[in-house]
Design a protein around this ligand. Structure first.
Ligand code: K1U
Ligand code: ZN
Length: 167
């Protein structure tokens, strides 16, 4: 297994739209294992393939307190959404920045697991927020891009200052 490099905002590759996985091969299975290891090591509760510069529709998530409930979503699609939630989010590609985004409170998502079996999941709370956040990554969208242009430019300035101080 391996820890993968996570792209950091404003890397343009975070805006690439991911394409569907056509066949679940050994390459995909190894990628899923490495994404899970990268997410747990970060630590985070989710990771989209886009964030590790692979532009295919793959997400890993584990919102459990015990870190032993890995969810793998290949070619995920949201098939139903309801309610509104305003949750404080973070992102491994935008370290140190947290803020609210308005999203659906509950979602139903269909996806393939790593064995290529199709399943449907009803999610609410943090899991629903995380699924929507990761699916945005697959669509090339980063959570801060929901904010006003002013708040985005202040965030970018803060990130650049932080990046300069570690160089
Ligand atoms: O997509 C990502 O970068 C992962 C992101 C997922 C997420 C968090 C919160 C709301 C929506 C989506 C993270 O995992 S940020 C880190 C984080 O939330 C966390 C880290 C350690 C322990 C618990 C949470
Ligand atoms: Zn993120």
């Amino acid at each position: 297994m391996a820890i993968l490099k996570i792209l950091q905002y404003p890397d343009e590759r975070l805006h690439i739209v991911a394409t569907p996985v056509e066949r679940i091969t050994d390459r995909i299975r190894v990628l899923v294992e490495n994404m899970a290891e990268t997410m747990y090591a970060a630590p985070g509760i989710g990771l989209a393939a886009t964030q590790v510069d692979v532009h295919e529709r793959i997400i890993v998530i584990d919102t459990s307190e015990t870190h032993d409930q890995l969810l793998v979503l290949i070619n995920p699609e949201i098939i139903a959404r309801s309610g509104v939630s305003d949750y404080e989010e973070g992102c491994l590609s935008v370290p140190g920045i947290y803020g609210k985004v308005q999203r659906a409170e509950s979602v139903t998502v269909s996806a393939l697991n790593v064995d290529g079996e199709s399943y449907t999941l009803d999610a609410d709370g943090l899991l629903a927020v995380c699924i929507q956040h990761e699916m945005d990554h697959l669509a090339g969208k980063v959570f801060i891009e929901y904010w006003s242009k002013l708040k985005q430019s202040r965030t970018l300035a803060k990130l650049k200052k932080k990046q300069r101080s570690v160089m």
